[in-house]
Design a protein. Structure first.
Length: 110
């Protein structure tokens, strides 16, 4: 019997005109059924919460892995930018050396 069905049964039994005629045994039986249903509902709720927590932990793990990959990608991009910056500095120095060499040649010529 589901919790909903049990609640309907209890409600129906308590709304009967002869509710005063229910024995203590009947009431104890209804109480036990309600306690059992409550325990089942709590157990189900706990199970669902545990499953939800597990799914959140898995999601957290995936997000941490993705974050690590992104951090690595950013570090690689920074490193590439630094290497490219140094290479452009060296290419900018080459014309200066040529000019200096040309000036020396001109001075030697004069």
């Amino acid at each position: 019997m589901t919790v909903g069905e049990l609640l309907q049964t209890v409600e129906r039994r308590l709304e009967e005109p002869d509710v005063d005629g229910l024995s203590v045994t009947d009431l104890v039986h209804l109480e036990n059924q309600l306690q059992s249903a409550l325990m089942q509902a709590r157990s189900r709720k706990t199970h669902l919460m545990v499953e939800y927590i597990k799914s959140l932990q898995e999601k957290e793990k995936l997000l941490r892995e993705e974050n690590k990959l992104l951090e690595d990608r950013i570090a690689m991009m920074k490193k590439n930018r630094e290497v490219n910056g140094m290479a452009s500095d060296f290419t900018n120095l080459a014309p200066v050396r040529m000019i200096c060499g040309q000036q020396r040649a001109m001075l030697n010529f004069l």
